[in-house]
Design a protein around this ligand. Sequence first.
Ligand SMILES: Cc1cc2nc3c(=O)[nH]c(=O)nc-3n(C[C@H](O)[C@H](O)[C@H](O)COP(=O)(O)O)c2cc1C
Length: 304
Amino acid sequence: MQTTIASVTFEHPIFNAAGPLCVTTEELNAIGNSSSSAIVTKSCTRTSRDGNPEPRYRGVPLGSINSMGLPNRGYKAYINDTRVLKEHKKPIILSVSGLSLEDNCTIITAANASDADLLELNLSCPNVPGKPQVGYDFEQTDTVLAAVMKIAKKPLGVKLPPYFDFVHFEQVAKILNKHNVAFVTCINSIGNALYIDPVLEEPVIKPKGGFGGLGGQYIKPTALANVRKFSELLDCPVIGVGGIEKGVDVFEFILAGAHAVQLGTVFMEEGVGCFERIRKEFEDYCAKKGYTSVEDFRGKLKTL
Ligand SMILES: Cc1cc2nc3c(=O)[nH]c(=O)nc-3n(C[C@H](O)[C@H](O)[C@H](O)COP(=O)(O)O)c2cc1C
C-alpha cells in the first residue's frame, strides 16, 4: 500500500491533516508514534499566535466547525521540531501559512535548511487585507507561486480551498501546472458555515459571530469532486482530505484519483487511534476487492 509523492515514499496513504492535534511537539511526536504514515505540522506563521477566543472548535453530529485563527508556535519552533521528528523515520510535511507573501518567503527560505521532506503551502489564508483568501484570488495565487517556487529547495505543494465551478477548477489548474507545484492537497474546510444551537439560540463557536470552516461528513462529496477534477487536470499528485472517517472513504478518494489522504476532524474527535483503525479498514476493504496495491485502482472511477 506504499505511495510516492515528489519522490518521497509513504508506507501507506493515510496521515494527518494540518491543524488538528499537531501544534505542540508532544502532539507531533504522538503522530510520529502512531500508524499515521507521515507527520504534518500545524500551519505556521512568522511569529507565534494565540488564535481566536474560545470556544473556537466544535464537533457536531456530521463533522465539525472551527474558527481557530491559526494558533501556532511560529515557524522557527516547527523547523526545530523537524530535527527531532526525523527519529520517527516517516515523511515530515511542514505546513506553511504566512500572513503575507513576504512572510511566506521568509518561512520557506528557512525551511530549505530544515529536516522537512515536503512543504505544504496553505493558500486558504488571507494575505492581503480586503482581498479574499489567496486561493480564491487567482491573480494573487499566480504571484505567490511565482515568488515561492523560485525560493523553495524542497518539493512544495499547495493546500487548496474547495472550488465549486468547473471554470475555476480549470483556471486554478492552469496556474498550478505553470508553476510546477510538487503536489496539491484538497480540500481545506468549506469556509464560513454557520452552525446554530436551537435550544440556546446561539452559534456553537465564538469568533466571527459563529461563522467557521466546516469539516467532516458534510464536506466529503465536495472533497471527492475536487480530488477528481484536479487529478484529471493537474500534472502532479493530489492528496485528498475532507470527511474521511472510515477505510472505505480512503478507497473512494483513491478511486477518485488521490495518491494519499489526510485525516482532520476524525483525528480531532478520536485521537491517534484513528490512523490504525482506518488503515486496517482500508486494507481489509482492498483485500475484499482483490486489490494488492493502490495503483490497481487509483483514479479508475468507472463511468455510468
Ligand atoms: C481544528 C482544525 C484546525 C485546522 N487548521 C488547519 C491549518 O492550520 N492549516 C490547514 O491547511 N488546514 C487546517 N484545517 C483544515 C484541515 O486540514 C482539513 O483540510 C479540513 O478539516 C477537512 O478535513 P476533515 O473533514 O477531515 O476535517 C483545520 C481543521 C480543523 C478542524
